[in-house]
Design a protein around this ligand. Structure first.
Ligand SMILES: [Zn+2]
Ligand SMILES: [Zn+2]
Length: 158
């Protein structure tokens, strides 16, 4: 067990895990996602106790995830960009990957493949976008429709 400070910065709570060794301007400030922030003024509002197991899980999120080089969102998982949008040292989140996958498949007919091996994203039959499995509805014949399109269809029906 180890204790970490719970910080309040601009009305948000973070578990303070220490300075970012690669870039000491930033602090590793976990808020449910592997966030890095610059700390100006922070109140210590409490402490949290993390088991070695919990800490390991958070550390692996920092290693595998972080800030997407394209949209700037913090994600638990980032991957190296695909060949059509290669940028050294930048990593890409699943949303940006799926967005590009739909665009390149639609425009030049090349599929950059799935975000990661066990990714459950599928292409929506209506809008042709690649969408995360959690936001898809399964239709007949192994086809999928995204929530937005399903909503749109039911709005039109009424
Ligand atoms: Zn992104
Ligand atoms: Zn759709």
């Amino acid at each position: 067990m180890a204790n970490y400070n719970l910080l309040r910065v601009n009305d948000r709570l973070y578990i303070h895990l220490g300075a970012d060794e690669e870039d000491p301007v930033y602090q590793l400030a976990y808020d449910g996602l592997p966030n890095r922030i610059e700390i100006g003024e922070a109140d210590i509002v409490g402490t949290v106790e993390l088991t070695a197991e919990q800490l390991e899980k958070i550390q692996s999120e920092y290693e595998n995830g972080g800030e997407c080089g394209w949209c700037g969102e913090i994600a638990r998982k980032l991957v190296h960009p695909h060949i059509f949008d290669f940028a050294p040292r930048q990593k890409m989140c699943k949303n940006c990957w799926n967005h590009d996958r739909g665009v390149y498949l639609g425009s030049i007919g090349v599929d950059i493949g799935q975000f990661e091996e066990d990714d459950d994203s599928k292409q929506c039959v209506a809008c042709r976008k690649f969408i995360d499995g959690k936001r898809l509805l399964k239709l007949e014949d192994e086809k999928y429709e995204c929530e937005d399109c399903a909503q749109h269809m039911s709005d039109m029906a009424t």
